[in-house]
Design a protein around this ligand. Structure first.
Ligand SMILES: *[C@@H]1O[C@H](CO)[C@@H](O)[C@H](O)[C@H]1NC(C)=O
Ligand SMILES: *[C@@H]1O[C@H](CO)[C@@H](O)[C@H](O)[C@H]1NC(C)=O
Ligand SMILES: *[C@@H]1O[C@H](CO)[C@@H](O)[C@H](O)[C@H]1NC(C)=O
Ligand SMILES: *[C@@H]1O[C@H](CO)[C@@H](O)[C@H](O)[C@H]1NC(C)=O
Length: 598
């Protein structure tokens, strides 16, 4: 790590968290990790608290660091203390940052991959997908079982999308007009390219259960649509309730609207999320509703958040009518997330609540063999994670997928002098999906994810270190990707032919981890990944051309480590019109997509 001083942003990790874990593990594993691997063991809360204190103490030896912005290039100077164990390799390396160029040629080489990726993403919007293709979800026109490295879905070339979601057996997307597109064997065995199904509803986002698609329209209407084309054709078709005569609208497929009734004046649904059997809806007033979003099984693990609700005692009417989660009244909810069988929400005060299946500790509560699920939203004692540090913890976002959960937390010192942004993981982690560098079967005590905790960058304007937060985590059933909210620069529009300009664009860091049995990480290898890692740039053809162009400055080129960076939101010209869009990542069930999102 020291040898890469000044170049490796791993060094920016102020508290040397991974090293401290490792050094502790050398003697005895950190107590709360140990208890996590022995979920049935009787735990003493005191011991857990002590371990957090120990880790926090290591943190206190934090490092001073600085990024110096220098014209168009950035030099990051890092003054790091020696990590406790020098032989410890950094868990992952950040690419050497851009440096001041000495010559145009050198500059061209340095501008490099990152600039090229941004520009290419603007020139060729579309969808890259990889992972399991058993259900023709990532390469609808191919019979290959796996797509081992990012590959474009030709149908989407040049297209901007509002959303995309992938299951192993089907895919669904919303195009720029708000129409639903579907493909994959669970939609239809005969279809080899995305096909329009629900049109004219101005859809904006979607979620998928085991066998249905939940979609939200711009106006706040929630639709529940069968995945299967034959069910769409044969099932009952609603009369259009919309009085707006959409051009080209055709409601000739079977679907149901699940918008909650009795919403307040000007209150509407603003977000949706779905597990395999249940979905959550968030309204603009911070209320949360849930409903059964699958047709195979009624949610029976408490994931609806309605105490006592079961198939037997459900209210009269459709099995999938929405229920308000009234126990959350008084906690205006800001974010919602769902795993396969559990739910997690956080409110505007930074409190997090979980409910549903807890067999893997995905609720963040100790496993209890007598009660493997919790059917009422339960407040997570997140402040306990910071016991002894005198920091005030606020949950800023929640993420979930499969049987795994993540929280991002802002921990602010009592005197407000400093805020640290941390990411915590809990639940099932046997194939690395917790991202903490370990394979943990059941983890009910949240573990800090070292790669996304305690990172800082230098704020030029205010001359203070500011925390680097996560922009998002996309959690698939067994793998995940995180996009860092680090400094990104996409000021330079233009074509690749202008690569000699000093100005460069670069995107955001994106890291992947977890299960890789279907090549869903995108590394081209099949081994599972327990520590967040980079993958190669998506457009390998462009990379090779660039490498050939930069052949004159070979030494520099070799020093550069190429990695996929994701392009942040920016207004650019696409096919002669100005549109604002960005690249987004979507981890699905055994597969991954990166798309150009409006
Ligand atoms: C359709 O959705 C877009 C995006 O949310 C919105 O800007 C537009 O006003 C909507 N159009 C109609 C007719 O509601
Ligand atoms: C619905 O209408 C579209 C065109 O408006 C047509 O292509 C499609 O086959 C129709 N589907 C059904 C189930 O009738
Ligand atoms: C999640 O847990 C359920 C049991 O509650 C299990 O059946 C399922 O296979 C698990 N899924 C994943 C993705 O680990
Ligand atoms: C590029 O940078 C060099 C050195 O900093 C400067 O001399 C040159 O004018 C710059 N070129 C452009 C096009 O800005």
């Amino acid at each position: 790590m020291l040898s890469t001083r000044g170049l490796s942003r791993a060094a920016l990790r102020a508290p040397h968290a991974p090293q401290s874990w490792r050094s502790m593990a050398g003697r005895a594993p950190p107590p709360h990790v140990r208890t996590a691997t022995h979920p049935y063991a009787q735990r003493k809360q005191r011991r857990f608290a002590r371990s957090v204190v120990a880790v926090t103490a290591l943190w206190a030896t934090a490092t001073a660091l600085q990024w110096v912005v220098n014209g168009n290039s950035i030099m990051r100077q890092v003054h790091a203390e020696e990590p406790p164990h020098q032989e410890a390799e950094p868990e992952f390396k950040f690419e050497a940052p851009r440096r001041r160029a000495k010559s145009a040629d050198e500059n061209r080489a340095l501008i490099s991959s990152q600039h090229l990726q941004v520009v290419k993403s603007w020139e060729n919007p579309g969808v890259y997908a990889w992972g399991s293709n058993a259900g023709r979800a990532v390469a609808p026109d191919s019979d290959e079982k796996y797509i081992k490295t990012p590959r474009r879905i030709p149908y989407f070339d040049g297209q901007l999308l509002r959303d995309i979601k992938l299951d192993k057996n089907f895919g669904a997307a919303i195009d720029e007009r708000g129409d639903l597109l579907q493909w994959g064997v669970a939609f239809s065995k005969d279809v080899t390219e995305p096909t329009k199904t629900l049109r004219g509803q101005n859809l904006t986002s979607l979620a998928i259960s085991r066998d249905r698609i939940v979609a939200l329209s711009s106006g706040g209407t929630v639709y529940s649509i069968p995945v299967s084309q034959s069910e769409q054709n044969d099932g009952p078709k609603p009369k259009s309730t919309s009085w707006i005569p959409f051009w080209g609208a055709s409601n000739n497929i079977s679907y149901r609207t699940r918008t909650p009734e009795n919403l307040g004046w000007s209150e509407r649904v603003t977000d949706i999320s779905s597990g395999l059997e249940h979905a959550l809806m968030l309204t603009s007033s911070g209320r949360v509703f849930s409903f059964a979003s699958g047709t195979q099984d009624f949610p029976s693990k408490g994931q609806l958040g309605i105490p006592g609700l079961s198939w037997e005692n459900r209210p009269a009417g459709a099995f999938d009518i929405p229920h308000e989660i009234t126990t959350l009244k008084g906690f205006p909810v800001k974010k919602i997330a769902t795993g396969d069988y559990h739910s997690i929400v956080c409110d505007s005060e930074g409190r997090a609540f979980t409910f549903g299946d807890n067999t893997a500790g995905q609720l963040g509560f100790p496993f209890n063999a007598e009660a493997t699920s919790v059917d009422a939203p339960s407040l997570l004692p997140t402040q306990r994670l910071y016991a002894g540090s005198a920091a005030q913890a606020r949950v800023t976002n929640v993420f979930a997928g499969g049987n795994t959960s993540f929280l991002t937390v802002d921990a602010t010192k009592a005197d407000q002098s400093r805020t640290t942004a941390d990411t915590w993981a809990f639940g099932f982690g046997l194939t690395g999906q917790l991202g903490v560098g370990r394979w943990i079967h059941t983890c009910a005590d949240p573990i800090k994810v070292p790669a996304f905790s305690g990172l800082f960058e230098w704020d030029e304007a205010r001359h203070v270190p500011i925390p680097i937060r996560l922009s998002t985590i996309s959690v698939g059933s067994t793998h995940a990707a995180a996009v860092m909210d680090n400094v990104a620069s996409v000021m330079v529009s233009g074509r690749t032919s202008k690569l000699t300009d000093n100005d460069t664009n670069w995107g955001r860091d994106i890291l992947f981890w977890g299960n890789n049995e279907f090549y869903q990480i995108g590394s081209g290898k099949r081994s599972n990944v327990a520590t967040p890692t980079y993958i190669q740039p998506l457009d390998q053809t462009a990379e090779q051309e660039r490498a050939a162009n930069a052949a004159g400055v070979k030494a520099l080129r070799e020093r550069e480590m190429h990695r996929f960076q994701i392009t942040p939101r920016q207004k650019v010209k696409v096919n002669g019109r100005n549109v604002e869009f960005e690249q987004k990542v979507e981890c699905g069930r055994g597969c991954t997509a990166v798309y150009s999102a409006v």
